[in-house]
Design a protein around this ligand. Structure first.
Ligand SMILES: Cc1ncc(COP(=O)(O)O)c(C=O)c1O
Length: 440
């Protein structure tokens, strides 16, 4: 006799166990992007990387990474900013949580340069066979100048001690190496003060093993509605560029703009731009007029338990949510240890193409949703926490808004225990790409 609980009648479920065999065959193809042949993408020779069945993997919580979306976002960005400026694709912080190596492979044919924050991140890319020029934005070298040069990473330098250490390392190798200098134009984070510019340039004259190849800065407020802070910082940077030119340094690559600045401030595009967030399909604020981006990361799981609770019953730690009517509650195997933020308000997930509210506190490994109005919700039902399900979508910006943070933090925060499933479009054949116009 029917129990009125559809999940109990599901023949694929017995004793609360998702029957892997019954669900077998529904797979997500993953590809590790294309192998490298002499540094170029070998079209059509795809390497299967993983086949993950999110119904039958031990825990069905995955981040699907659409590398084709990353590529299309880059092309969309390129279309908006024009062909003049080179693109330094920012893949720091594990490509904003998307996986640095596969993303770098997807971007390598389309970008002039890849940019990381840490030396370690650059070394990871080199170890994986990435041959593109790699710029180290974070500029923290400790005593590893030799490693940086040995792996052909291009250092950004803000510290005069590092100038000397890189000069010595280059001299030891018998090479003249390119470095970029970072100037602080108002963010007060990293960069030589403009007042130290002359002394820094003078130092170069004593360091013949170094070539000043690039000059950069970073804007603090490119995404806030008032453009003046960025325009002032750009003005300072342009004055710096003029002074460096007058001091006799030529052929520098000038770069300053992140995603927001590149889109909003055409004058800030200079010789190269450094987009990160836009490549992953999000924009830092509504003030940035760039439509047509695709979210490259989808966060998905499946219902692991469903239970009926009486009106008045509390859900999760602290009893912060209490049922106002007899309710059905579904538990999802994802929590803040996976990077789903604990402090969300009015958050929802998608189940069966419909929005379903999250109820009670998000736990370390689980969270609960109210499926009272969704009788078809059953054990094993597919749930989307970021991404599209039918006509509904939850963007990373939606989730960031519910959590009171920025999309950067959500993406970077998806933890390493969430498997990344790479989607095939990484290897979407692409037409001819722009010839690199600038190298670091
Ligand atoms: C120096 C630098 N350049 C470029 C970027 C990319 O910024 P966005 O992701 O906003 O495009 C970042 C990111 O924080 C950065 O620190």
């Amino acid at each position: 006799m029917p129990s009125g609980e559809p999940w109990r009648e599901d023949p694929t479920i017995s004793g609360g166990i998702i029957d892997a065999a019954a669900y077998a065959g529904e797979t997500l193809q993953g590809l590790a992007s294309q192998p490298k042949v002499a540094g170029a993408a070998a079209e059509g020779t795809f390497v299967p990387f993983a086949e993950v069945d999110i119904r039958t993997s031990i825990r069905p919580t995955v981040a699907e990474i659409d590398l084709g979306a990353v590529q299309r976002n880059l092309l969309r960005f390129r279309h908006v900013i024009g062909r003049e400026a080179a693109i330094f694709g920012v893949v720091k912080a594990d490509a904003y949580g998307h996986g640095a190596v596969p993303v770098a492979r997807a971007l390598e044919p389309l970008c002039n340069v890849l940019a990381v924050s840490l030396v370690e991140e650059g070394l990871e890319l080199r170890a994986a066979g990435i041959r593109a020029p790699i710029l180290v934005l974070g500029a923290y070298y400790n005593r590893h100048q030799d490693d940086v040069l040995a792996e052909r990473l291009t250092p950004v330098i803000y510290d005069r001690g590092d100038l000397d250490r890189f000069a010595a390392a280059a001299a030891r190798r018998g090479q003249r190496v390119d470095v970029h200098i970072k100037v602080d134009t108002g963010m007060s984070r990293l960069g030589i003060p403009i007042t130290d510019l002359d002394a820094t340039l003078a130092r170069f004259r004593d360091l013949p093993s170094l070539r000043l190849a690039g000059l950069c800065t970073h804007f603090a407020s490119a995404d806030v509605p008032d453009p003046r802070t960025t325009e002032e910082a750009l003005g300072r940077f342009e004055a710096v560029v003029t002074r460096v030119g007058q001091a006799g340094f030529q052929d520098l690559v000038r770069h300053a703009a992140n995603s927001a600045a590149a889109v909003r401030f055409p004058h800030a595009r200079l010789d190269a731009v450094r987009p990160g967030l836009a490549l992953y399909g999000a924009m830092p604020s509504e003030t940035v007029p760039l439509s047509g981006l695709e979210g490259a990361l989808s966060l998905r799981t499946r219902v692991m338990a469903v239970h009926q609770i009486a009106a008045g019953t509390a859900v999760s730690y602290g009893g912060l949510w209490r049922a106002s009517r007899p309710s059905r509650v579904a538990t999802l195997p994802i929590g803040y240890a996976d990077g789903y933020p604990r402090h969300v308000r009015d958050a929802a997930v998608l189940l069966g193409g419909r929005r379903v509210p999250i109820i009670g506190a998000v736990c370390m490994d689980m969270l609960m949703i109210d499926v009272t109005d969704l009788p078809e919700a059953a054990l094993g039902g597919a749930v989307t926490l970021i991404g599209r399900d039918g006509t509904e979508a939850i963007t990373v910006d939606d989730l960031a808004g519910w959590a009171g943070t920025v999309s950067y933090e959500i993406l970077c925060g998806i933890s390493k225990r969430v498997p990344r499933v790479l989607r095939d479009a990484a290897v979407t054949p692409l037409g001819p790409t722009s010839t690199p116009t600038a190298t670091p």
